[in-house]
Ligand binder design. Sequence first.
Ligand code: URA
Length: 233
Amino acid sequence: MASLRRLDQLLSNLGYCSRSEARDWVKAGAVTIAGEPAKNAAQKVDPHTVRVDDEPLDHPDGILLLLHKPLGLVCSHDEREGPNIYSLFPPRWRGRNPVVTSIGRLDKETSGLLLVTDQSALVHRLTSPKHKVPKVYRATLDRDVSTEWIPLFASGTLQLEGEDAPCAPAELTFIGSREAELTLTEGRYHQVRRMFAAVGATVLTLHRTQFGHLKLEELPPGKWRELPLSEFD
Ligand code: URA
């Protein structure tokens, strides 16, 4: 049995309208509960039985999705930082509470797999350094790779500029003479770019292919795939 929620609060938390607008919508007959017009915006309802303008509610239980983040968008909600990934989603999601947010971030000029959710406990769990979720990145570089980097990255001693603690051991493999795959279990600011900078290489392109057990596969940039909320249980 789904938990019952106050109708006006439910519509407001799912980004449909304010609580006072919910009262107007109920009066106007735009909201039904199990096929019957809602009587009162304060009534307790099972979210799965509610329809607005004859449509079921949008993700009443929560959101978890795997996005192929395109280049050129930031993960910040702050519009002053430029166009963001939230512009890819239905405008209604911007009004949701809890907010829809990315699990960790990718730089504006990094593409690839990004998880997006409104489940704050999941954000904390998957971004906590304690959990050591492996993330796989493909980087193209401005110079030829060196086999000396492999033991250095794996050693747990690589020091990033301006940081006290060295990077956790990371696995580096080579795809081509100027292309590498790097698996990290932490997520420091600009970490991949800074690790390569520490060995004298500049990252020209960066793309994340994997987060934990999840892979991007053939998903095109800007598109997403829904995941069950239980994906990481
Ligand atoms: N490392 C980076 O340098 N950038 C990212 O976006 C992710 C990891």
